[in-house]
Design a protein around this ligand. Structure first.
Ligand SMILES: CC(C)(COP(=O)(O)OP(=O)(O)OC[C@H]1O[C@@H](n2cnc3c(N)ncnc32)[C@H](O)[C@@H]1OP(=O)(O)O)[C@@H](O)C(=O)NCCC(=O)NCCS
Length: 157
């Protein structure tokens, strides 16, 4: 059973897993993302913990800051970034379930938000696959990210 909660310090050890060099090309670790939010004193970024059966197993950030406007003109959207699942728990459907659930989580917590946007590296087959399965749409928009071309995807809420 997967559920989502806003990140709390008590989840830190559960989301402090390492990613290998290959996966680090595609995302920030939870620790890196949390550090960057705290350094920038970023009030627009909301870290979220993914739980499986009550245990923290993954992480992502809901970012309402200006970066989303590189992907969309919609001011009422949110950017999902820095998604990861603990490597020991990958391949069990957790990432897909979390990306299916994030829409309701956003609608419950941020009433005016009506779209989720994200960017995924074109070589990141498993991530692209879960986003498609979770109803995110790629309609031909791309950009160059830090590790090469990315598909820009969205889901209307
Ligand atoms: C991407 C990530 C979050 C997925 O989480 P997960 O819990 O492992 O994903 P799931 O188990 O829900 O689903 C994986 C799906 O990808 C599929 N998959 C795996 N490798 C694949 C590949 N090379 N090509 C296509 N599909 C692939 C699996 O078959 C599975 O799909 P299925 O349910 O239809 O069988 C996780 O792998 C991760 O943390 N990766 C590193 C960080 C990252 O890339 N984040 C995304 C940044 S945009």
């Amino acid at each position: 059973m997967i559920h989502l909660e806003f990140f709390k310090q008590e989840h830190l050890s559960g989301v402090s897993y390492a990613l290998d060099e290959h996966q680090m090309r595609f995302t920030a670790t939870a620790q890196q993302a949390l550090q960057s939010i705290s350094e920038r004193d970023d009030d627009d970024a909301f870290p979220v913990t993914i739980f499986e059966n009550g245990t923290p197993v993954g992480f992502f950030v809901l970012d309402f800051g200006k970066d989303k406007l590189e992907l969309t003109d919609n001011e009422n959207s949110v950017l999902v970034r820095s998604l990861s699942v603990n490597p020991q728990m990958q391949g069990k459907g957790i990432g897909k379930a979390a990306m299916l659930r994030v829409g309701d989580f956003v609608k419950d917590q941020f009433r005016t938000c009506n779209e989720i946007v994200l960017a995924v590296n074109q070589k990141n087959d498993s991530a692209y696959h879960i986003y498609l399965q979770a109803g995110y749409i790629y309609d031909g928009k791309t950009r160059i990210g830090r590790s090469g071309p990315q598909y820009l995807m969205y889901k209307k809420l």
